[in-house]
Write a protein that binds this ligand. Structure first.
Ligand SMILES: [Zn+2]
Length: 329
């Protein structure tokens, strides 16, 4: 679990003090960790040891294997969670727990419950059988009927602090540089950061950016077309890649003005930074930085990304090679 310390403690305290509500609504942004928390909470409740999930007991093992008979999850089938699904849940609710403890009903994307399904569930929330817990998970609590919302305890989730997310990603073996980029891109939503990390396209974009930078620095003619196509597909990450370029040239500038390579932000690029600082003039680096900032701005204002990037690459190459010419003349 990344972040949400206060919410974790609140749920643990409910289990510890045996004051568990019959209904909860875990609400907050997409991929922020609501469902993960719901799973942990369910595991805590079902664990045969005291207080919190031990991971070792029969119950925890069944839960981890995804076949605990007292844990039921419902998700949209197609566009919605239909009345039949809610009726299946209500039927399950009447049956005694198999393991003699809690029975837990998790509705993921609960705002997708049809009004009819919500009405069917309402009675179970009004007069719940003992030791049943209904957890509604949603990024859009307004999609729930007010009668439902008033009968569940709302637990709100917020984006995780950037530094907390960076640290958590690093603990999972992600390099500092990538962790920072992912934390920024995912806007504090750990689930989103992890799916980006696992996405082939994101990796391809990273590699392409790395390659583009090397090409630019070596003043070879840049095969920009495939790079642009990739950028077009992942517009959401374009700004982060441009930040990456920006950080590189800022490092170059810092190296030129301080001559201190310990100030380089990205140690993985130390050699490239020092090489560029030696080869390209300070004024050319200023020109490049200005150009990248302009392109970022164009991106923000939704102007044509391809044209903006082409211009940026052309100008960077001119600055770098123009400078080279001056050196060789
Ligand atoms: Zn256990």
């Amino acid at each position: 679990m990344i972040g949400h310390q206060a919410q974790q403690e609140q749920m643990m305290e409910a289990v510890r003090s045996n004051r568990v509500a019959h209904g909860y609504c875990f609400e907050g942004p997409e991929a922020v960790g609501k469902k993960k928390m719901a799973f942990n909470f369910a595991m805590d409740l079902l664990c045969q040891q005291e207080e919190s999930r031990c991971g070792l007991c029969h119950s925890c093992q069944m839960f981890a294997a995804g076949n605990h008979p007292d844990f039921h999850m419902y998700e949209p089938e197609g566009k919605s969670i239909k009345r039949e699904q809610a009726e299946r849940a209500i039927h399950e609710l009447q049956i005694r727990s198999y393991e003699g403890g809690y029975k837990i009903f998790l509705f993921d994307d609960a705002d997708k419950l049809t009004a009819s399904a919500q009405n069917a569930l309402l009675k179970s929330l009004e007069e719940p059988p003992p030791q049943t817990v209904i957890i509604l998970v949603t990024a859009n609590p307004q999609g729930l009927l007010p009668t439902i919302r008033s009968r569940v305890q709302a637990i709100r989730f917020y984006p995780v602090e950037e530094q907390e997310l960076v640290d958590a990603l690093q603990k999972r073996g992600v390099e500092a540089d990538t962790a920072t980029k992912l934390a920024r891109l995912s806007e504090g939503r750990p689930g989103h950061a992890i799916s980006l990390l696992e996405s082939k396209e994101f990796q391809a974009l990273q590699e392409a950016a790395e390659q583009a930078l090397s090409y630019l620095l070596s003043t070879q003619s840049l095969q920009i077309v495939p790079f642009l196509a990739l950028f077009e597909k992942r517009k959401g990450e374009a700004d982060a890649i441009l930040n990456d370029f920006l950080n590189f040239f800022r490092d170059v500038l810092v190296m030129q003005t301080t001559r201190d390579d310990k100030r380089i932000l990205n140690p993985a690029r130390r050699i490239q930074v020092k090489e560029t600082a030696r080869r390209v003039s300070e004024s050319a680096i200023y020109g490049i930085i200005e150009q990248i900032i302009q392109t970022k701005d164009q991106l923000r204002r939704n102007l044509n990304l391809t044209v903006g990037l082409q211009q940026m690459f052309r100008i960077i190459q001119e600055e770098i090679s123009g400078n080279d010419r001056r050196h060789t003349l």
